[in-house]
Design a protein around this ligand. Structure first.
Ligand SMILES: [Zn+2]
Length: 239
């Protein structure tokens, strides 16, 4: 396998190169409407300068990121979640402090905000009004086949000092956050040695062509028993 020429030292397929795979992914990502969100546009986007009331949120995300670096807790990534102009969740990368590979800023900010919006423990609770598990109707025109789902973090924004990795972007989808603001691009992140952009490319490939071996349809009937348990449950709570 050949190495790419970017500072990150990736093997072939690094996003720092304009490979055919990358172009294919970008085309599909644009078609799927995710490229803008993921910062994967083929040409650099113009810098967006925020009004001071919003800039302070990016400054706080960046403060958290720098703290993590200076204390040796993790990579240079921080995030804040904002609701009605107020920070309700903070997160910083703590992978090195914890030895937990998924301890990313966005995920921890989501957990922090979620804990704050839930006044009582989830297990055994009755999903009361005002919690993030309160059911809300789908939006008009939504392709969602389920008529209502848990609110989650709808109505919130997230500010991140660097583009979200695929795991964190997926966490943002699950959280139903309305708007993502990020500062540094995926290309900036690749340049300091992190793998986020390459993972986005891998996700666009068929299962059998990914960097990690994946066996699909492995004992499908066994796994589907749990799905049946869900569809058989009369009082299930869609989220
Ligand atoms: Zn992440």
């Amino acid at each position: 396998m050949t190495s790419c020429s970017c500072e990150a030292g990736h093997d072939a397929g690094c996003s720092a190169l304009d490979t055919p795979n990358r172009r294919l992914f970008l085309a599909s990502a644009v078609a799927a409407g995710v490229a803008t969100t993921a910062g994967l546009s083929t040409s650099p986007a113009a810098a967006v300068v925020a009004a001071p009331d919003k800039r302070k949120f990016m400054e706080e995300a960046t403060r958290l990121a720098i703290e993590s670096v200076e204390k040796g807790w993790g990579g240079p990534f921080g995030a804040v979640i904002v609701k009605d102009g107020e920070i309700i969740g903070r997160g910083q990368n703590r992978v090195l402090l914890t030895g937990i590979p998924v301890f990313h800023a966005e995920v921890t900010a989501i957990m922090d905000a979620s804990a704050r919006l839930n006044p009582k423990a989830l297990l055994g609770s009755e999903y009361g009004a005002g919690t993030i598990l309160e059911m809300i109707a789908r939006e008009p025109g939504s392709p969602d086949p389920v008529p209502e789902r848990a609110r989650m973090l709808k109505g919130c924004e997230i500010y991140i000092n660097g583009a979200p990795c695929p795991m964190c972007m997926s966490a943002i989808y699950w959280s139903r956050i309305d708007h993502v603001y990020f500062a540094a691009s995926l290309k900036d992140t690749s340049a300091i040695g992190f793998d986020d952009a390459f993972q986005y490319e891998d996700f666009a490939k068929p299962w059998g062509e990914r960097r990690i071996a994946v066996t699909e349809n492995f004992e499908r009937e066994v796994g589907l028993k749990a799905y049946k348990a869900w569809t058989d449950k009369q009082d299930r709570h869609p989220y």
